[in-house]
Design a protein around this ligand. Structure first.
Ligand code: 6GU
Length: 239
């Protein structure tokens, strides 16, 4: 997989080369390019934004800069991702979909966003997603790109040491993950639940499922209604 990011703050993407992602690059599992949008400016001020038509606060990023930048960075098999608080919510299902792509390009807007014609024009040639990472407002898309790339790259074969960690984590079955414990058996007078030391793996699986259900009902009740049909068994339903 290849990932490219276009931004006016290329140094903001330095963490892409650290830790888990850096190892994936070193091992040839992903290729990453970070591009300074200002490289596509021609004026002395290297201006990337202008006042909005219709008035109002803030500035809008100029189509004449973004157009040629995306022409150069995007290819035949690109999916373009535009982070914006006005986008569709990014989900684990989208992380899986993106993990199957050959080439992702992230176009980071700042200020009040990018002239909409840049997105509409790109959509004539490639799939384009305007995506939000949650219901709060960031100054720009860079931090959202770090979040999305990490969610996608950890799903690629060979990136995580233990393949089961990606299969069994929160959301893989539509539920939040329950609690985890390690040694010691008692710490600050708090004991590890007995069932986890019972050696009875059917019982342990059942207990973990119950913990996941209980936590999901308490913290994210709306997820219960979104579970695929038939994903709750008789025991889950208390029948
Ligand atoms: Cl993707 N971008 C920005 N600027 N703010 C956000 C966001 C994205 N997702 C939530 N807030």
């Amino acid at each position: 997989m290849r990932l490219d990011v276009v931004t006016i703050f290329p140094e903001y993407l330095d963490p892409l080369r650290a830790a888990l992602l850096g190892r994936a690059i070193d091992r040839g599992l992903i290729e990453v390019g970070v591009h300074d949008l200002r490289d596509w400016t021609h004026d002395v001020h290297r201006a990337v934004d202008d006042a909005p038509y219709g008035g109002g606060p803030g500035m809008v990023m100029k189509p004449q800069i973004w157009g040629p930048a995306l022409d150069d960075v995007c290819g035949e098999n690109t999916r373009l991702v535009v982070p914006t608080p006005a986008g569709r919510p990014f989900t684990q299902a989208m992380a899986h979909q993106y993990a199957a792509e050959e080439h992702l390009v992230f176009a980071c807007g700042r200020y009040e966003g990018i002239d909409q014609r840049v997105i509409d024009d790109a959509a004539r040639r490639m799939p384009v997603d305007e995506v939000s990472i949650g219901d709060y407002v960031l100054v720009g898309g860079e931090a959202a790109v770090l979040v999305m790339v990490e969610a996608v790259v950890r799903l690629l074969p060979g990136v995580l040491g233990n393949a089961r960690s990606a299969e069994e984590d929160s959301f893989s079955d539509g539920l939040l993950e329950g609690p985890s414990y390690t040694r010691p058996e008692v710490w600050r007078d708090l004991a590890v639940p007995d069932v986890l030391r019972s050696g009875n793996h059917a019982l342990i699986d059942r207990w973990r499922r119950d913990q996941a259900l209980e936590r999901t009902v308490r913290r994210r009740p709306e997820l219960i209604g979104q579970l695929p049909e038939g994903s709750l068994d008789k025991h889950d339903l208390g029948v």
